[in-house]
Design a protein around this ligand. Structure first.
Ligand SMILES: [Zn+2]
Length: 397
């Protein structure tokens, strides 16, 4: 077994209850206290009455040319998720894999960052090393949004680094782009009554059905819209904005005209498109729709499109020193597009060029019995130290 510290800190991280609806501050306080011991200057950006936080930890001189290592501490829920044969909050070690919620997405990378910087002499860094650990990534990159908004003041006199490495699960492949994610809720309102007299009410489920068909037609149109050759190469499976209907609820009983029906829509815009473009088109499509059901053609209900959430896509420049360092360290020579969204879209607003690369396996993320390959996990701290020393100098302590 490699460094027991790597296993210890990752065990504590997996045990920390950080499903996105829970408090993240205790886990970040734990990491912050370790980072202080390792010579980092640590600050927490708090919200939700102090229950939620992002962590900013800085080592090295306040010079330009720094590097960010970033990851999120929140995880997706496991309660009620079928298929678990293990305790989700207990790091399980079995032959060649490590099991537990967050092992692949992405507490494993956070543990590796801690183990790497523990072995680094911070006084020997020639340029700053900045750790940015976020919350609420899994519910729309909300923590990254807050962090980006206040990053200059959180960094104090340290200039914001231009290069950022986000250790989301990629099986150590390098990705320089991903689509964004945005979504909104639609509420159909009708007029209730007895189901035997549909013409005297307006059925909100019927109204919602017309809205769903209109949005489905938009989804079909998006599929057939062209993308540049560069975007087709990055996203060969779906070189267009994809759309999903996530949830729907409405009505109270089978013999009652439904008064209300709500459904949620999300979509993943291409990184070179306006992230709100599909939302605006959806709004226009529903605004031109008559909000009628099928049983009372002379009466109208209403459709309301709620305000959207948006996590922008990311499209980083190529051939940066970080890309070269990752390629050299990982013996790779190509970069692609990630199929999921990360904090990169928000961090890019601060001028950062973000690359996504981490030890986890995407097909294990968010799954029951989530796991990470043990060799990939144990190799992480050396890869991180290798990249840090290539870019920032620095010696082992
Ligand atoms: Zn993640």
């Amino acid at each position: 077994m490699k460094s027991s510290y790597l296993y210890d800190i990752t065990t504590q991280l997996v045990a920390a209850e950080t499903v996105s609806h829970q408090a993240s501050a205790p886990a970040l306080e734990l990491l912050g206290s370790h980072l202080q011991d390792f010579g980092f200057e640590v600050g927490l950006q708090r919200w939700a009455g102090g229950q939620k936080a992002n962590l900013v930890a800085i080592a090295g001189p306040p010079e330009p040319g720094g590097l960010v290592l970033s990851g999120h501490v929140d995880v997706v829920p496991f309660e009620g998720q079928p298929g678990w044969s293990r305790e989700p909050l207990a790091l399980g070690i079995e032959d060649r894999r490590l099991y537990g919620r967050g092992t692949t997405d992405m507490k494993g990378f956070l543990g590796q960052c801690l183990d790497a910087v523990r072995r680094l002499d911070p006084a020997s860094l020639e340029r700053p090393l900045v750790l940015l650990f976020t919350s609420d990534e899994e519910i729309g990159c909300l923590g990254g949004d807050r962090l980006a908004a206040e990053l200059p003041s959180l960094l104090g006199e340290t200039p914001a680094p231009r290069l950022a490495w986000i250790g989301e699960p990629t099986s150590w492949q390098v990705f320089h782009a991903h689509k964004g994610i945005a979504g909104f809720e639609v509420e159909a309102r009708g007029d209730g009554g007895h189901s035997s007299r549909p013409e005297e009410g307006v059925n909100a489920i019927g109204v919602a059905a017309r809205a769903l068909v209109a949005l489905g037609e938009l989804q079909e149109a998006l599929r057939s819209e062209g993308a540049s050759a560069a975007m087709q190469a990055l996203f060969p499976d779906a070189p267009y904005a994809t759309m999903n209907f996530g949830t729907i609820e409405g009505g109270t009983a089978s013999n009652t005209i439904a008064e209300a029906c709500r459904f949620t829509v999300s979509y993943r815009p291409m990184p070179d498109d306006d992230p709100l473009g599909v939302y605006e088109r959806a709004k226009a499509a529903l605004a031109s729709l008559e909000a009628r059901d099928f049983g009372a053609p002379h009466r109208a209900g209403s459709l309301e499109v709620k305000a959207p959430f948006v996590a922008p896509g990311a499209l980083a420049e190529r051939h940066t020193p970080l890309e070269e360092a990752l390629f050299a360290e990982l013996a790779q020579d190509r970069s692609g597009g990630a199929p999921y969204c990360t904090d990169a879209g928000h961090l890019a607003r601060t001028g950062m060029s973000c690359l996504i690369c981490g030890p986890g396996d995407l097909d294990r993320a968010h799954q029951p019995d989530e796991s990470v390959d043990r060799a990939a996990f144990e190799a992480g701290p050396d890869h991180i130290l290798g990249v840090v020393r290539r870019l920032l100098g620095g010696r082992p302590r």
